[in-house]
Design a protein. Structure first.
Length: 290
């Protein structure tokens, strides 16, 4: 009961998404993934979570931004600070995601933690309920971050305004503007889901019905290979966003999403199918594929 109450409280906290990275797209991915889970998997998720995946999808962002009683964040326990470094992924010159950040700080270290929570969940029957819950929160969020086009640090990233280059460059985080208001290039992708299709007014069901349209053959193609293969493939493809003419100070409007919305929606689609596939493999021994 206490576990379910905590999850429910966190679900309420997650309702306000405007300030969080990849923002509402996390909820969309969680909703679409659960829609593509088998009945056996859904039953296991209901047993452990008592709330939909969409409602836990932002937990990692909420948790790291929690007000720790006035404590300076840098003085927070290591396990609290550490989770903030898992939201980005470091990519080497060959286009492969690295198993260590490679940066001056630990930021960009998402890959080992995504793989780690999956390995934990493979043995879910041997874990406490709370351990299953926390790993589901990590998995749901990290799979989403691993497919956000702006959540990669590339070894060949241009030099930023502070003189940092490569993996340490925050060139994509520097400000331009969107519809006349300051916004980073990174932010354009974090808030893309709700901006691409404003006609759905952030309603998960109609939005999902609109994009959950891949053929069975296409779904099975995008879940081929290992989780590491998926993220390598995604990182290599997403370098394209830095070939779209971005530079600090550039002004954008809704035409950005009209031109590039299909690319971003594709990332959301394949992420949802891959998350569903991963959960089905963990929880349903009779699973035969999407």
């Amino acid at each position: 009961m206490i576990r379910k109450l905590i999850v429910s409280i966190l679900a309420v906290l997650c309702f306000s998404v405007a300030s969080y990275g990849w923002a509402w797209s996390h909820k969309l991915i969680g909703y679409m993934a659960q829609r593509n889970c088998t009945e056996t998997t859904k039953a296991q998720l209901d047993r452990y979570l008592d709330v939909p995946l969409a409602d836990i999808s932002l937990w990692m962002d909420v948790y790291r931004d929690y007000d720790w009683g006035g404590m300076d964040w840098s003085e927070a326990p290591e396990y609290i600070q550490g989770t903030t470094y898992w939201h980005m992924f470091s990519v080497d010159m060959s286009g492969k995601v690295m198993m260590e950040s490679g940066r001056k700080d630990p930021n960009g270290n998402g890959m080992p933690y995504l793989l780690g929570c999956i390995e934990q969940l493979k043995n879910y029957k041997e874990l406490s309920d709370s351990a299953v819950v926390i790993n589901l929160k990590y998995l749901t969020h990290l799979m989403g971050d691993a497919h956000c086009p702006a959540h990669y640090y590339y070894e060949n990233m241009p030099t930023d305004s502070k003189g940092e280059t490569g993996l340490d460059s925050r060139w994509g985080f520097e400000n331009g503007s969107y519809n006349g208001k300051a916004d980073s290039y990174h932010g354009l992708f974090d808030r893309a889901g709700e901006r691409i299709h404003p006609e759905f007014d952030m309603k998960l069901k109609p939005y999902t019905e609109h994009i959950d349209t891949m053929s069975v053959a296409s779904r099975r193609r995008v879940v081929e290979g290992s989780v590491k293969d998926w993220i390598d493939e995604s990182a290599a493809r997403c370098w394209e966003i830095y070939e779209w003419g971005w530079k600090p100070g550039k002004a954008y409007d809704d035409s950005f999403y009209r031109e590039h919305g299909d690319f971003i929606i594709y990332q959301i689609q394949i992420c949802a199918y891959r998350l569903a596939h991963t959960l089905n493999l963990i929880f349903d021994p009779e699973y035969k594929g999407l």
